[in-house]
Design a protein around this ligand. Structure first.
Ligand code: ATP
Length: 317
């Protein structure tokens, strides 16, 4: 893993391995439309890639094997067989490129599993980039984006990174040229939440009339404008239609959101399907102070100070 040489597919280290990393994401806007015929919801979302990374290392080997370390490695939260998106990414790229799926893979996780931070998607995107280099398949970014969309709705964004508006299932991306840095605290609250269960709860609450039948998140225009300017305006514009169902399933998250604002966050929201809560700070120093204040509340299993936007999946040496 050490001593990697620089440059594209030649980035293979002394032991023959290639490593790529990919960032977590926060949906700073998530509007969920009605169920489509294919049982997916129509989304309008604004993704922000943040500086919390998983890495995937690939070595030449016969057949596929997978090991995992870090977040979720010991509690069974992350599968190490063909249920893992990294495994599926390897098989898909091999099929696409017409090569044998031969590699030993290792995932080192800093992104908690089932936390609404797209950890599995980040791993899949990193695996595509690492294996493209290891196998010399010379896939274009467009090829990789097509494979990413087959692996999951969030995988294309994990590959692209930065800031982007996502439509469709979230896989149709338009990059947003907002390079202004924003600083956040991610509060990881308790056990993971399954994404399908949060969508099912949203459908149930809408059908029961406990929530409006349509999205209440509004258009993403305010958030896109705020991303390039005033953090206070950004804090006020944060919106997520999955927050109400996540709170219905996990009422304790209300306390986590309130604690973020009480500790000085400019705004807070549930990230994706939760249970991670993201709090926006004025700058890096304020984000660290926010995390320090929240550490004393006992509400969070872990707190991470991050910033965005950061690039998507790429080789690291
Ligand atoms: P989503 O991207 O759907 O919002 P999430 O970010 O909340 O999901 P992930 O960390 O991607 O959650 O994990 C969701 C589930 O995916 C896990 O519970 C696990 O069973 C499965 N999974 C498959 N591959 C991975 C992986 N590499 N890392 C973590 N989970 C994985």
């Amino acid at each position: 893993m050490a001593n990697a040489t620089s440059g594209g597919p030649g980035r293979i280290s002394g032991d023959g391995s290639v490593t790529a990393h990919a960032p977590a994401k926060v949906n700073v806007h998530l509007g969920v439309g009605p169920l489509r015929e294919d049982r997916f919801h129509e989304l309008t979302t604004v993704f922000l890639a943040v500086s919390l990374y998983d890495s995937v290392t690939a070595w030449p080997d016969e057949g596929l094997s997978l090991t995992v370390s870090g977040e979720g490695a010991t509690d069974g939260a992350v599968p190490t067989d063909s249920r893992n998106l990294v495994w599926q990414a390897a098989e898909l790229l091999a099929r696409h490129a017409g090569v044998a799926a031969d590699a030993a893979l290792h995932v080192d996780k800093s992104i908690p599993a089932a936390a609404g931070l797209a950890g599995g998607s980040a791993d899949a995107a990193a695996a595509l980039v690492a294996l493209d280099a290891l196998w010399g398949t010379h896939a274009t970014r467009g090829d990789l984006a097509g494979l990413a969309a087959q692996l999951g709705s969030d995988v294309p964004f994990s590959l692209l990174g930065g800031t982007a508006v996502g439509t469709g299932r979230g896989e149709q991306l338009s990059p947003v040229l907002a390079r202004r840095r924003t600083d956040w605290v991610l509060g990881i609250a308790g056990e993971g939440l399954s994404t399908p269960s949060v969508y099912a709860e949203l459908d149930r609450l809408r059908a029961a009339g406990e929530l409006p039948a349509a999205s209440t998140a509004g258009a993403p225009d305010d958030i896109v404008a705020a991303l390039g300017g005033d953090p206070a305006a950004l804090g006020a514009a944060l919106a997520n239609d999955l927050q109400a169902p996540a709170l219905a399933l996990r009422p304790d998250l209300r306390g986590a959101l309130d604690a973020m604002t009480a500790a000085g966050a400019l705004g807070s929201l549930v990230s994706g399907s939760g249970p991670t809560v993201a709090g926006l700070a004025t700058d890096a120093e304020a984000a660290q102070a926010l995390a320090d204040a929240l550490a004393h509340t006992g509400l969070f299993r872990a707190l991470r100070v991050v910033h965005g936007p950061v690039p998507g999946a790429r080789l690291v040496g």
